[in-house]
Design a protein around this ligand. Structure first.
Ligand code: UT7
Length: 336
């Protein structure tokens, strides 16, 4: 049972930043490498193009997103207390990508760690970061979603290669004594019975990398798309509705749904269940595809910078992904 605690302070997002690589792969490109077509990809997923990082790793994108964030705030890297990197494509198993980001941005007083929750990674990291801030022990926490999905995609598998892209985005969490703003509630879940539907089988302790695992392409993403779609469409819609219910939010109280961008049909079904219109749904799947942990903060950054999100707006963030993992967060936007 996830209890709504009485808080003495909230954690608020006080700055945002993003990075997407320059190289674009559009749907036409995929027509030249696998048997697919633009019409199929657009109508089944909503994706038109995605970005690909040619040189560099997840930590490089994450560091660039942080540098972009620091340009917009007076907070200095050395003031950061903690760095949480949500990712399924860490630069290495260890050290954690958070350590590499710490060095790259010069956050010399920070501790940090990586958080692995696939497409729900940003939500899990945001709630974790918020708890650090609400505890009173930490004042400035960077929460980053960064994934170089192109490093684990099999570009001969049409079922998955068209879906994913690379990108990173970061938010800064700081305490807010005014409880009208900031992160107000979260509902987060895991269910390991979904482990066979979406995974990367090799390279871990269960199946260490070997010639055989590479020959069998087990170091790439595997997804049973249909099975995941079925549970994702219900899971994301239900959790988004549930968090509205438990916070007495009616459709008209929600300024934006900020959904994980895996499939436009899942996003549409979630909005429908919440009773909110399409113009109140943040979308960037057409430009970036599924960037896993980065989709939600990329949406937040782009919509905020476009002047579409205002201080006081109520946002429902929601996601569903491998694990299974899923969840929703209710927050009130705190930046002017
Ligand atoms: O972000 C983490 C969570 N992940 C998700 O939420 C993803 C959930 N799943 C999905 O979004 C969808 O299942 C997909 C977009 C992956 C696939 O869409 P679908 O409507 O479920 O298609 P399908 O897998 O049922 O495949 C329908 C047909 C199949 O052909 P047959 O068996 O009917 O002859 C596939 O082989 O489409 C075929 N197909 C393709 N055709 C053209 C699969 N991929 C492609 C492709 N181009 N790229």
């Amino acid at each position: 049972m996830q209890i709504k605690n009485k808080k003495i302070r909230n954690a608020s997002i006080t700055a945002v930043g993003m990075y997407v690589p320059e190289k674009i792969l559009d749907n036409k490109y995929f027509e030249s490498i696998v048997e697919t077509n633009d019409e199929w990809i657009t109508s089944r997923t909503g994706i038109r193009e995605r970005r690909i990082m040619e040189n560099g790793a997840t930590s490089d994108m994450a560091a660039k997103a942080c540098e972009d964030l620091f340009k917009t705030t007076n907070v200095k890297p050395e003031e950061i207390d903690a760095i949480i990197v949500a990712t399924v494509t860490p630069d290495m198993f260890f050290p954690a990508t958070a350590c590499l980001v710490q060095e790259k941005i010069g956050a010399k007083n920070a501790w940090g760690f990586d958080l692995s929750a696939a497409c729900s990674g940003f939500l899990f990291a945001l709630q974790t970061g918020a708890s650090l801030v609400e505890s009173g022990s930490y004042q400035k926490v960077l929460v980053i979603g960064s994934d170089k999905m192109s490093s684990i995609v099999d570009y001969t598998d049409r079922n998955t290669c068209i879906l994913f892209g690379d990108g990173a985005s970061a938010v800064l969490l700081e305490p807010s004594d005014d409880l009208n703003y900031g992160i107000k509630d979260s509902l987060l879940y895991v269910d390991g019975s979904g482990k066979n539907a979406l995974n990367m089988k090799a390279g871990g302790s269960a199946l260490p990398s070997s010639h055989e695992t590479v020959d069998q392409k087990l170091h790439y993403i595997y997804q049973d798309g249909k099975a995941v779609f079925k549970v994702a469409v219900k899971g994301m819609a239900d959790i988004s509705y549930e968090i509205m219910q438990r916070n007495d939010l009616k459709s008209e109280d929600v300024s934006y749904l900020v959904p994980h961008q895996a499939n436009l049909r899942i996003i549409d079904a979630t909005a429908q269940r919440m009773g909110i219109s399409k113009d109140k749904v943040m979308i960037n799947i057409d430009k970036y595809g599924n960037t896993t942990a980065a989709t939600i903060p990329l949406c937040l950054t782009e919509y905020y910078r476009a002047g579409k999100v205002k201080k006081g707006d109520n946002l429902i963030l929601s996601a569903f992904g491998a694990g299974y993992t899923w969840g929703a967060i209710y927050l009130t936007w705190a930046i002017d």
